[in-house]
Design a protein around this ligand. Structure first.
Ligand code: SAM
Length: 171
């Protein structure tokens, strides 16, 4: 089992269109412990102020504009393309690498074929139709957490994560 402390996760967004999606992805990155979000294109730059990250994760996790994800990827990170690609591995069957660069397509398109051609892994989620972009990132990060982070103190994590007014317990 891989320790979450030694793993590193980068989320790569291909020219994202909707600031609400990027806001929801920032929140997912914070909740699931991703380290950074890279994005290409300029549509998000124009709409950044409408971000819907209600936990202010943006202060801790960088959203960094880049020209090319591949130029940013360290040699020890695996490039994982997540999209509906013929021949892709189903997410339930996928074993996540410790150091991962997950690439997602835009809301209104797909990952470029030349990026798919350079991927170490290509993964799809078995859905009828496509998921919303932010939902896709949440599902991938949840799947990674479910498969890798098994040594969790459940109640401690629940107490740290919930609203201050939440005192719910099973009696
Ligand atoms: C709304 S989808 C865009 C349309 C999608 N490329 C298609 O061909 O139907 C936005 C992005 O979410 C991710 N995505 C959505 N559903 C997915 C699925 N079932 N499997 C893998 N990726 C998915 C991909 O990264 C995709 O580019």
């Amino acid at each position: 089992m891989t320790s979450p402390n030694t793993s590193k996760v980068t989320i790569c967004l291909t020219n994202p269109k909707s600031p609400t999606n990027v806001g929801a992805i920032l929140r997912a990155a914070g909740c699931f412990g991703a380290h950074e979000i890279l994005y290409t294109g300029n549509r998000y730059n124009k709409a950044k102020k409408y971000s819907t990250d209600t936990q202010n994760v943006n202060n801790e996790i960088g959203t960094i504009h880049v020209e090319d994800f591949l130029a940013e990827k360290p040699d020890d990170a695996a490039l994982i393309c997540v999209d509906l690609v013929e021949g892709a591995t189903s997410l339930p069957d996928f074993e996540h690498p410790e150091h991962a660069f997950y690439v997602f397509g835009p809301e209104d398109g797909s990952i470029k074929q030349e990026v798919i051609d350079k991927a170490d892994h290509v993964v799809f989620m078995p859905t009828k139709g496509s998921l919303n972009l932010a939902a896709s990132v949440n599902v991938v990060l949840y799947d990674r957490t479910a498969k890798m982070n098994r040594d969790i103190e459940n109640d401690e994590l629940i107490k740290q994560s919930r609203d201050v007014n939440n005192r719910l317990k099973i009696k």
